[in-house]
Design a protein around this ligand. Structure first.
Ligand code: ADP
Length: 722
């Protein structure tokens, strides 16, 4: 082993020791040391994903050219699920002697422990918090004793193959065409609503996630957080929402250029519900915006283009990371220790008028670059146009980069982004599954797309509600004729993510998790018992250790203070009631003002009505698709900020908002003593007004003075309540 491999190995070992120590110390890591991956990185013989195994398993299935392999599955474009039939890779080990980074937990089952069909010969299930490891015979006896976990895969669509492999590895029971009685887990390919009328079990999608992750809504959610915590949320490029902020964008750019004529900023324009690079283009002047399409004004986000990305082999690349939101209440987030890096296929140059249209240089989407003549399908995880993220970390570590810091920054980015999404997700959740009504609980795997800047700062590009879980790619065997070929890199990463998500959602384990959470424990006290949590045991006896690493509530203490908007959402939900709506009516808004004791001589109920009407009307104009009338959460947040600024003048916005929250929560708490207690669902249900009062009241950063971009203009006339 070369000297520099040795050096990296030592460095990584040290990181692991640091993390172990931190774990022993109660996981109180400083944000700069919030790191997981490096601690899990070790050297193994490289699993060379050799061509021969690929060819041996290639399924010749001719079809005309359609969606790209990495095409994001969304509600608009779904490749036919039946078109992917395969018996790919069934746990075959591909080992060569070349050293490489190996992230534990993502690996296929260990050599000698995997039967030819990919099934595990030993069984690990959890009953009483300890992993039970059985030999082959013991395992089957134990399996007989316990009812296998049942999974409805009938709506899995393009995740089907990776899902089937995962279920086989876990020895669970698959229901490929659904089941008359309830299943434990429902795996949906697109949305929560793929199967209607599920009244129990767990679904792998949250209601509203697709909507929340459209580019405009994500930008809005992050922007709200940027207003409160600009420094903490500076990982998302400055964005403008089109068409409503077209004028603002034009004016700001003109001013910028007028002030400094040498500046040549570039902007990237992305259609709101686009994916896979569709419709994306770069501009250097607002006049180049293509705002109108036919008779319609296009909904899009335009944002600062990151001009200096980190390059490897002179190429721009991004990182796809898989993140599991295991529950909203309490909030539980896991990050996969392994991800994918997708490379451009034309050497990068900073944007110039000449190269603005070079998509293979500027856009890292697989679905685009796969059509470039330069795309390299590699069987190795560390070469080619799609690589594992650990291979990138390895490259960086070997150059002396502090990869632990890179990881801690990425983890922080992920936690902060999820915190920005949670308030509105809770509104969707309550609308679909009102407290007290039967319904499933939810979890979801998200695909985070992250760009590393030259200075190694991670930037959030977008979050995918339905990241591609396909483990094969199209191969053009003759012009226009394609066959599906297993993609070892994809399989390596994605099967681990699905399998370990299932392990974490094992009902037996969840039950225990719920038990461990009873007694009203705070998020900090929530103990998550991971199946196979003892890594050595897991590795030695059967399944690999989990490739998903809990980051929240693990790092609650560092990030809890950011959960301010969630507290506003809790108040919103409380006044929304449980009627399945997402909009607050004027009467409910009045009740909010009255119950929170917010009206006084300088802010009358008539002023409250005006406030309601002005804000609601403006938001209705910004959300043209909306069928429901009333005040949406974002509008309520804006009203809340306005009330906070009125009442606590001269303080930074964040302090104003927290102070107003205390006023409201105090008033509501007094009232709730005399009210009948609300019905509580299981611990995963986001009970609207529950537990929020414990959220942050501290200020950890310097006072911030930025205000909302759209100043309120109260209209002159008061409107009466309807
Ligand atoms: P899509 O959903 O269509 O893939 P993305 O937001 O992921 O849209 O953007 C597509 C690609 O464009 C990204 O993978 C990345 O390579 C590039 N990109 C997106 N936003 C930026 C940005 N702000 N700066 C630089 N490159 C970007």
């Amino acid at each position: 082993m070369s000297e520099h491999y040795e050096r990296v190995k030592i460095e990584l070992q040290q990181m692991k020791e640091v993390e172990n120590e931190a774990a022993a110390d109660g996981e109180q890591l400083s944000p700069a040391s919030v790191s997981s991956i490096p601690a899990e990185v070790s050297f193994t013989a490289r699993r060379d994903l050799s061509r021969s195994s690929v060819n041996g398993r290639s399924r010749s299935k001719s079809r005309s050219k359609a969606d790209g392999h990495e095409r994001q599955v969304n509600d608009k474009e779904l490749p036919d699920p039946t078109a992917q039939k395969s018996n790919s890779s069934q746990g075959q080990s591909r080992v060569s002697n070349e050293p490489n980074l190996h992230i534990k937990g993502t690996a296929r089952l260990l050599k000698g422990k995997t039967a030819a069909n990919g099934h595990v010969e030993t069984c690990v299930r959890q009953t009483d918090g300890k992993c039970e490891h059985h030999g082959k015979e013991d395992g089957s006896k134990a399996a007989k004793k316990r009812r296998a976990v049942t999974v409805d895969t009938s709506k899995a669509k393009t995740s089907l193959e990776a899902l089937k492999m995962s279920i086989r590895q876990l020895k669970w029971k698959e229901f490929p065409i659904g089941r008359r009685t309830a299943c434990d887990i429902y795996w949906h390919g697109v949305s929560f609503h793929d199967n209607e009328n599920i009244v129990s079990g767990q679904v792998n999608k949250f209601p509203g996630m697709i909507e929340m992750l459209r580019k405009i809504n994500l930008s809005r959610a992050v922007r709200t957080m940027q207003e409160l915590f600009p420094e903490e949320y500076n990982f998302y490029p400055r964005s403008w929402i089109l068409p409503e902020e077209y004028q603002l964008f034009s004016t700001q750019i003109r001013l910028l250029k007028d002030n400094d004529s040498t500046l040549k900023p570039t902007y990237i324009v992305k259609p709101d519900s686009g994916s896979q690079g569709d419709g994306i283009y770069l501009i250097r002047d607002p006049a180049d915006l293509r705002v109108i399409s036919g008779a319609q004004i296009k909904q899009a986000v335009v944002q600062d283009y990151i001009q200096k990305p980190l390059l490897i082999d002179k190429l721009k690349f991004d990182i796809r990371l898989y993140v599991l939101v295991r529950s909203l209440e309490p909030l539980e987030i896991y990050i996969a220790k392994e991800g994918l890096s997708r490379f451009c296929t034309e050497p990068y140059q900073e944007p110039s008028q000449k190269n603005l249209s070079h998509v293979f240089m500027h856009l890292t989407n697989y679905s685009l670059n796969v059509h470039s003549g330069n795309f390299v399908h590699s069987d190795s995880c560390s070469t080619g146009s799609k690589r594992t993220f650990s291979s990138i970390l390895y490259r960086l570590a070997s150059k002396g980069v502090d990869i632990k810091k890179v990881w801690s920054d990425i983890i922080a980015l992920v936690i902060k982004t999820v915190i920005a999404l949670v308030p509105e997700l809770k509104v969707y959740y309550q609308a679909d599954i009102p407290p007290g009504k039967p319904g499933p609980t939810c979890f979801q795997i998200l695909g985070f797309d992250i760009l590393l800047m030259k200075n190694l700062k991670p930037i959030l590009l977008e979050v995918n509600a339905n990241p591609s879980m396909r483990i094969e790619h199209e191969h053009e065997v003759s012009p226009g004729v394609f066959e599906y070929v297993p993609s070892p890199v994809d399989e390596e990463v994605k099967v681990g993510v699905i399998r370990d998500t299932l392990r974490l959602m094992d009902p037996a384990q969840r039950k225990q998790h719920a038990t461990s959470n009873t007694g009203g424990g705070s998020p900090e006290e929530a103990i998550v018992v991971e199946t196979g949590s003892d890594e050595k045991e897991g590795m030695a006896d059967s399944l690999p250790s989990l490739c998903l690493k809990q980051v929240f509530p693990k790092y609650t203490k560092q990030f809890h203070y950011l959960r301010v908007v969630e507290r506003i959402a809790a108040i919103f939900l409380r006044f929304l009631g449980v009627k399945g709506t997402m909009r607050l009516g004027p009467t409910s808004f009045r009740t909010f003002i009255r119950n929170c004791k917010l009206s006084n001589s300088s802010f009358s109920m008539a002023s409250a009505d005006i406030l309601y009407i002005d804000i609601t009307r403006r938001w209705a104009g910004m959300l043209p698709d909306s069928r429901e009338a009333g005040m949406c959460l974002q509008a309520f947040i804006e009203a809340f900020f306005y009330l906070a600024a009125r009442r606590f003048k001269a303080l930074p916005l964040r302090e104003q908002v927290v102070l107003l929250l205390e006023v409201c929560e105090g008033a509501l708490e007094g009232q709730s003593h005399s009210e009948k207690p609300r019905t509580h669902r299981s611990h995963t249900h986001p009970n609207p007004a529950s537990s929020q009062t414990s959220a942050a009241t501290t200020f950890s950063s310097p006072a911030l003075t930025r205000r909302r971009q759209r100043p309120l203009q109260l209209s002159a006339k008061a409107n009466t309540e309807n």
